[in-house]
Design a binder for this molecule. Structure first.
Ligand SMILES: Nc1ncnc2c1ncn2[C@@H]1O[C@H](COP(=O)(O)OP(=O)(O)OP(=O)(O)O)[C@@H](O)[C@H]1O
Ligand SMILES: [Mg+2]
Length: 417
């Protein structure tokens, strides 16, 4: 592919230029001087527009940590994770491009205007027609599974080549390890169309997280957790379960879209690289001068993840959003679910972010210490509120006919506070 330079764009403005240094295997980024005058601090803690480096037009070099693939963290956030990467590799193979030669800058150029958040990349790889097409969720799901399973050798024939193009268009940009699709949903008619490009009146952008239809009810469990989180007062985007061809999937409305408007979004991993504790999220909230409500929200989310055992609380599962005035806020919560692997040894089920220095056996005392140290006014009440919401687990799980044994083992795993 060998795209050496891409232009980074936001809301129609040129943000800057990103090039790939093949020898150093690092990207180099430079702000467009006119963008610096807009007052939009899109990476305030890593590449601030106010820093002398940006002002003096000294290039910013990428981050060598594997998580960022040699890109500046703000930009690495536009690349997908495991699932999107495997689709990109399959796409390269299909286009007879060596996967070894493709650089992260090539990948951004492939993503073009399909990235999560609001950043866009030019030149973009054209994937044909920008108009929304109707999505046959069941067929696409079956095909996605096939692509995943066969990896190296999905045979593209006339029949599935359209499906393949559709899959690449709607599935290759979102992050995370689980397969998903970017769709738009019409609440009234139930119609599902592709969620790339401009969507018609009456539709809203959603992420569809495929259930893999194994013995483990991923989608339903995530929906149970969504309901408990709302009961706890945690802010989340409207989410729902939908069944196609007998398989129930989880859909969540996108917080980085408002109608056809894009909202600039950064994960914690991008905003504050190397953060690996909840304390550091509170520190970021303070550094960004966010309102008290965001600290309170973050406290509820921490208590929820601890009590309900969402140990998959890594730095890409927290985000921040910036509006067109350049004001930052904590994003709605997402990816909340029971994430302990009951078949794995205990030591492998540790929290990704630490609480009071601990990644396991976290107690009420630890939660209280964090509340006290971060000026959370009513932290004891907030812990109780979360604990109470988590007692609704059994009712919600039974409503969805989850297996009784699974319900019992999850319930028994909750942290008593
Ligand atoms: N409602 C949403 N609106 C906008 N972006 C979202 C939303 N939900 C998730 N995302 C983004 O998409 C990414 C993947 O989603 P999610 O974390 O739900 O998937 P996952 O495959 O379960 O992830 P993981 O790898 O953590 O298990 C998130 O890291 C986040 O950046
Ligand atoms: Mg996630």
């Amino acid at each position: 592919m060998e795209t050496n330079v891409v232009k980074v764009k936001l809301w129609g403005m040129d943000v800057g230029y990103l090039s790939w240094d093949s020898a150093a295997r690092l990207a180099v980024f430079e702000y467009e001087p006119l963008f610096l005058e807009q007052g939009l601090d899109i990476a305030p803690l890593t590449m601030s527009i106010h820093s002398p480096r940006s002002r003096k037009q000294i290039p910013w070099t990428g981050d060598t940590d594997k998580l960022y693939q040699g890109l500046p963290p703000m930009i690495a956030d536009s690349l997908p994770d495991k699932w999107g990467n495997s689709l990109f590799k399959a796409w390269l193979r299909d286009n007879h491009i060596s996967t070894k030669k493709a650089t992260p800058v090539d990948h951004l150029s492939f993503i073009g205007s399909r990235a999560m958040g609001a950043l866009e990349y030019e030149p973009a790889q054209k994937l044909g027609g920008h108009s929304a097409f109707s999505v046959d969720v069941q067929r696409l799901y079956d095909f996605a599974k096939q692509v995943l399973n066969e990896r190296e050798a999905t045979v593209l024939n006339q029949e599935n080549s359209i499906l393949w193009q559709d899959l690449v268009k709607i599935s290759s940009s979102p992050g995370g390890k689980r397969p998903k699709a970017i769709v738009a949903l019409n609440e009234i008619t139930g119609d599902v169309i592709s969620g790339q490009g401009i969507i018609p009146e009456g539709f809203q952008y959603y992420i569809l997280k495929y259930d893999d239809h194994s013995a483990y009810p991923f989608a339903k469990l995530e929906y149970v957790y969504y309901q408990m989180a709302l009961d706890a007062g945690i802010r989340m985007m409207p989410s729902k379960l939908k069944t196609y061809g007998g398989v129930t999937h989880f859909l969540t409305q996108r917080f980085d879209r408002n109608g056809n408007d894009k909202i600039h979004t950064q994960t914690l991993a991008a905003m504050s690289p190397l953060s690996n504790s909840y304390e550091e999220i509170f520190a970021v909230i303070r550094r960004l001068n966010l309102p008290y409500e965001d600290s309170r929200q973050q406290y509820l989310r921490m208590a929820f993840n601890v009590i309900a055992r969402n140990v998959d609380d890594h730095s890409k599962n927290f985000s921040f959003c910036m509006n067109r005035d350049g004001a930052w806020r904590l994003s709605p919560a997402y990816d909340l679910t029971y994430s302990v692997d009951l078949t794995a040894p205990v030591y492998s089920n540790r929290h990704s972010l630490t609480v009071n220095g601990k990644d396991e056996d976290i107690t009420r005392e630890d939660l209280e210490t964090i509340g006290l140290k971060n000026d959370i006014q009513d932290y004891k009440t907030l812990i109780n509120k979360v604990a109470n919401a988590v007692t609704h687990f059994e009712v919600y799980a039974k409503e969805l006919d989850l297996d009784e044994k699974l319900i019992d083992s999850i319930k028994a795993d909750f942290i008593k506070v």
